[in-house]
Write a protein that binds this ligand. Structure first.
Ligand SMILES: Nc1ncnc2c1ncn2[C@@H]1O[C@H](COP(=O)(O)OP(=O)(O)OP(=O)(O)O)[C@@H](O)[C@H]1O
Ligand SMILES: [Mg+2]
Length: 457
C-alpha cells in the first residue's frame, strides 16, 4: 500500500482519519459526473494510487459469461503506460488471488504472498496483496487489487477503505448499467415509433387509394346509369328534331331548329364522354399500330407555332387492339392539356415503346395493372405541372382548373375509363414548375396476331 510502510501499517496514521474521509467524500462526489464504465475504472485506479497512496492498483472486469477476469485499468509500477493497457492480463475465475476473490465474492488480505499457494507471481516482486470484489446487482463484475513489496503491508484500515471504494464503485456501476438500459429502452421506443409512423403512413396511403378507387367506382356507376338514360332521351329528342326539320319551311323556324340540334349534338358528346368514363362506351376495337395513330393525331392537332412536338417512336411497336376513333379523341385531349399547361410555349415529347410491366413498378398508375407485355405511349410537357391535391382529382369527372368555356373536366376521366375498357390504364407523374408526363398502357395483342399483321402491314 503506502510508499513507505511498516508492516500492518495503518492508513489513518499516514493520511490521517479526517483526510481519508475527505478523500472518500470527494471521491463519491466526483463519481456522479463519470460518464462511462471505462472512465470509472481508470478514475478509481488513479485515486487508489494517487490520493489514497497505495503503491499500485489493478482493476479487472469480469467477462460476459462471468468466467474470466480481464485487466481493464492499472496504475503504479506495473503499468508505466498511463491510461492504456498493452496486452491485458486475463485470469479465470478461481485462479490466483484475484480469481479466488471473484469466485468466493469475499475481500482478501494476504500478509505474505510467498506463503500463499494461490499466488501467481509476475514481473513485479510483491510480498503482500489486498483484493476486493465489485458487484453489479448480485453478480461479481470485477475486482480491485493492490500489491506491495513488503510483507503485511495491508491492515484493517486499508481493507475498510478499499471496501468503501469498491462499494461506491459498485453503486456507480449499477447506475451506469441502468443508464445503458434506459438508453436502450429509449432507442427501442424511437425505433418502434418510427415503425409505427411508417405503418400509419402506409395504411393512410392504402386507405386513400381504396377510397379513391371506391369513389371512382361509385361515381362511375352513377354517371353510367345517368348517361345511359339521358342518351335515350337525347336520341328521342334528336329523332323528333330531324322529323320536324322536314316539315319546316320558314327560315326562322329552321334557324331555331338548327340551334336545338346543335345543343342536342353537344349533349350527345357529353354523354359519350360520361359513358367512356364509366367504361360503358360501345367500342369498336381494331388491331392497330400505335405509331400510325399517334402520327395521325399529331397531324390533326397541328400545334401552335410556339410549341414543338417531338416524336420518339418505337422502331417496331407491338400491335395493339384499340378503338382508333376513341383513341384519337384521347390523344387530342392529352396534347391539348399539354399545350394549355405551357401558355408561353415549350416542348411536347411523345414516345412509344414496347415494355414489360411487373408488379414492382406501380408508380403513378391510376389503377392497378396486370403484369405483362404492353405498348406504352408517353406524352411529356415542360409546363406548369400539377400539385399533389390536383393529382388526386384529375381523373374525377368535371374536375377542371381551366376557365369557364375552356374545359369541362371530362378529358382525363374519359381517358381513364377508355384505357381500362381497353385492358390498360393511365399513369401520371408531375412536378409543379417542371412539367407532367401522362402514360397510356396498351396490352400487346398475342404474338400470333402480331405475326399475321406484320405480314399484311
Ligand atoms: N399536362 C397537364 N399539365 C398540367 N395540368 C394538367 C395537365 N393535364 C391535365 N391537367 C389538369 O387536369 C385537369 C383535368 O384535365 P381534363 O383533360 O380532364 O379536363 P380539362 O382539360 O380541364 O377539360 P376538357 O378536357 O373536358 O376540355 C385540367 O383542368 C388541369 O388542371
Ligand atoms: Mg382536357
Amino acid at each position: 500500500m503506502l510508499s513507505s510502510v511498516t508492516p500492518h501499517g495503518d492508513l489513518q496514521e499516514t493520511l490521517g482519519e479526517a483526510r481519508t474521509l475527505r478523500t472518500l467524500n470527494s471521491f463519491a462526489v466526483d463519481l456522479i459526473a463519470i460518464p462511462s464504465v471505462d472512465d470509472l475504472f481508470w478514475y478509481v485506479a488513479q485515486n487508489v494510487v494517487g490520493r489514497l497512496k497505495f503503491v499500485d492498483c489493478v482493476i479487472y472486469q469480469a467477462n460476459e459469461s462471468h468466467t474470466e477476469l480481464v485487466q481493464v485499468a492499472a496504475l503504479g509500477e506495473k503499468n508505466p503506460f498511463g491510461r492504456s493497457i498493452i496486452n491485458p492480463l486475463k485470469i479465470p475465475f478461481g485462479q490466483g488471488i484475484t480469481g479466488q476473490v471473484a469466485q468466493s465474492r469475499e475481500a482478501i488480505v494476504i500478509d505474505d504472498l510467498l506463503m500463499d499457494r494461490n499466488y501467481i507471481s509476475d514481473t513485479q516482486f510483491a510480498r503482500s496483496e489486498i483484493c476486493v470484489p465489485l458487484f453489479c446487482g448480485n453478480r461479481v463484475v470485477g475486482v480491485i487489487d493492490s500489491e506491495h513489496p513488503m510483507p503485511a503491508a495491508f491492515g484493517a484500515s486499508e481493507l475498510e477503505v478499499l471496501i468503501t471504494i469498491a462499494a461506491m464503485t459498485s453503486a456507480k456501476l449499477e447506475l451506469l448499467a441502468e443508464a445503458d438500459r434506459s438508453k436502450q429502452r429509449y432507442l427501442d421506443l424511437v425505433e418502434t415509433h418510427a415503425q409505427l409512423s411508417l405503418e400509419t403512413t402506409n395504411r393512410k396511403a392504402l386507405e386513400t387509394e381504396l377510397f379513391n378507387a371506391r369513389k371512382l367506382e361509385a361515381v362511375g356507376r352513377l354517371t353510367g346509369r345517368f348517361a345511359h338514360e339521358f342518351n335515350n332521351l337525347l336520341t328521342a329528342i334528336s329523332g323528333n328534331l330531324e322529323f320536324l326539320e322536314e316539315a319546316m319551311t320558314d327560315q326562322l323556324s329552321v334557324d331555331t331548329l338548327n340551334s336545338a340540334q346543335t345543343a342536342a349534338q353537344r349533349g350527345e358528346k357529353l354523354i359519350q364522354a360520361m359513358l367512356a368514363f364509366s367504361q360503358r362506351s360501345r367500342l369498336s376495337p381494331q388491331i392497330a399500330d400505335l405509331n400510325t395513330l399517334v402520327a395521325l393525331a399529331c397531324e390533326q392537332s397541328n400545334g401552335r407555332q410556339n410549341d414543338a412536338v417531338q416524336l420518339n417512336l418505337a422502331e417496331n411497336p407491338n400491335l395493339i387492339s384499340v378503338d382508333p376513333k376513341f383513341l384519337d379523341a384521347v390523344l387530342l385531349n392529352l396534347i391539348r392539356n399539354a399545350r394549355d399547361a405551357m401558355p408561353d410555349g415549350g416542348e411536347i415529347q411523345i414516345t412509344t415503346e414496347n415494355i414489360i410491366h411487373n408488379f414492382s413498378n406501380q408508380q403513378g398508375l391510376a389503377t392497378a395493372l396486370l403484369p405483362g407485355h404492353y405498348v406504352r405511349l408517353s406524352i411529356n410537357d415542360s409546363g406548369v405541372g400539377i400539385p399533389l391535391e390536383g393529382l388526386q382529382q384529375i381523373f374525377d369527372p368535371f374536375y377542371t382548373t381551366k376557365p369557364v368555356g375552356a374545359g369541362i373536366g371530362l378529358g382525363l376521366s374519359m381517358t381513364l375509363g377508355f384505357m381500362q375498357q381497353s385492358g390498360g390504364t393511365v399513369a401520371v407523374q408531375s412536378q409543379v414548375g417542371q412539367g407532367s408526363t401522362f402514360q397510356l398502357y396498351f396490352p400487346t395483342v398475342s404474338q400470333g396476331a402480331n405475326d399475321l399483321l406484320t405480314i399484311n402491314r
